[in-house]
Ligand binder design. Structure first.
Ligand SMILES: Cc1ncc(COP(=O)(O)O)c(C=O)c1O
Length: 254
């Protein structure tokens, strides 16, 4: 016989436990999505997200899981055939790279090991070989969940900077944002993405990305852009476009 007392805590490689305050925040009627209150809610959340990523750059909210935000980042800054360097340390950065390949990027995996973090010196050496700057973006996960590897994003950022290579530095923080330090601007990250269901302890279903000015410049010429993910589409004066359509009101309350 199994006896259970108290509430059940999720401890799985997936969504985390939601606090009662978060659950209660959703238990109310929907807002009018065309109201000033809705605009205030979005503005506040977008500001808070940029603060959480520690960037002066803009943040975006998607009705999607982490896989969606991967696609959001790639489609906004890449063009067909762009070379992308994936820093392997487990399943997730490689999964992000597979998405890039399926979308038409030319993906190279910098071989790593599931039992150790990415070595910044190896990233530096590979970039120094790329004299023609063919590599347009570098993908890495801060915590590569399936292997449990924690990458030193600051050190990788320093290694990239030391080469003077212009590739965009793109970081997956799905399993780390809100759990450990993350300093997007200070560490030289151009675009960061995350999800709602882990460190933020809110329901699965939202994902986020933040982009600095350099990424926004490259975005203007990126040809993998599609309407739902497109940052420019979300900048319009019409608030409705901030979510590419109807706002996910209750997930925002959470
Ligand atoms: C580091 C990392 N990246 C991406 C994902 C994919 O996120 P999702 O399952 O929300 O699509 C996960 C999921 O656990 C993850 O841990």
């Amino acid at each position: 016989m199994v006896v259970r007392a108290g509430r059940e805590f999720l401890a799985i490689p997936g969504p985390t436990t939601m606090p009662d305050e978060v659950l209660r925040a959703m238990h109310r009627p929907a807002l009018d999505i065309y109201s000033e209150e809705m605009v205030q809610l979005s503005d506040g959340l977008l500001r808070d997200l940029s603060r959480l990523f520690a960037t002066k750059g803009k943040s975006y909210i998607y009705i999607a899981n982490g896989h969606g935000a991967w696609e959001a980042v790639l489609s906004n800054v890449l063009s067909r055939g762009d070379k992308v360097l994936v820093l392997e340390s487990g399943r997730f950065a490689v999964g992000w790279g597979n998405a890039a390949a399926a979308m038409g990027a030319d993906v190279e995996v910098l071989k790593g090991d599931w039992r150790r973090a990415v070595r910044p010196a190896e990233v530096e050496a590979r970039l120094r070989q790329d004299k023609d700057h063919k590599i347009k973006a570098i993908l890495v996960a801060q915590i590569d969940t399936a292997s449990g590897v924690c990458n030193d994003i600051e050190a990788i950022g320093t290694a990239i900077k030391s080469t003077g290579h212009p590739a965009l530095f793109l970081v997956d923080t799905v399993a780390s944002l809100g759990c450990m330090p993350f300093e997007m601007d200070a560490w030289g990250i151009d675009v960061a993405m995350s999800g709602s269901q882990k460190g933020l302890m809110t329901p699965p279903g939202l994902s986020f990305c933040a982009a600095n000015d350099r990424a926004q410049e490259i975005h203007k010429k990126a040809n993998l852009r599609t309407p739902y993910w497109d940052w420019t589409e979300r900048e319009g004066t019409e608030h409705y476009r901030k979510y590419g359509g109807t706002a996910p009101i209750h997930l925002l309350f959470a």
